[in-house]
Design a binder for this molecule. Structure first.
Ligand SMILES: [Zn+2]
Ligand SMILES: [Zn+2]
Length: 92
């Protein structure tokens, strides 16, 4: 990714895109302008060309991770958190 950008001398956070000449601050964001077909798993860095492939990957490899919201979904079906809480009543 770094090869696509030249660091602007004198500026710590500015980079010039070698592909379109645009000066950007967030190279990762701008990278997706030219390579929109890259979907990267934030957990294991596996890359896919299609978002549904990444979704399938996450479903098998990281069942609790929701790639759409990029958050861990603890309310997933099949994982009933409430069933383990049976009795907190210790009074006798
Ligand atoms: Zn560019
Ligand atoms: Zn992954």
């Amino acid at each position: 990714m770094r090869l696509t950008f030249d660091k602007l001398p004198g500026y710590s956070n500015l980079h010039r895109c070698k592909l379109c000449g645009k000066v950007v601050t967030h190279i990762r964001n701008h990278y997706h302008v030219h390579f929109p077909g890259r979907f990267e798993c934030p957990l294991c860095r596996a890359t896919y060309t299609r978002s549904d492939n990444l979704r399938t990957h996450c479903r098998f490899k990281h069942p609790l991770f929701n790639p759409d919201t990029r958050k861990f979904d603890l309310q997933t079906e099949g994982l009933d958190l409430n069933s383990s809480i049976t009795s907190n009543d210790k009074s006798s």
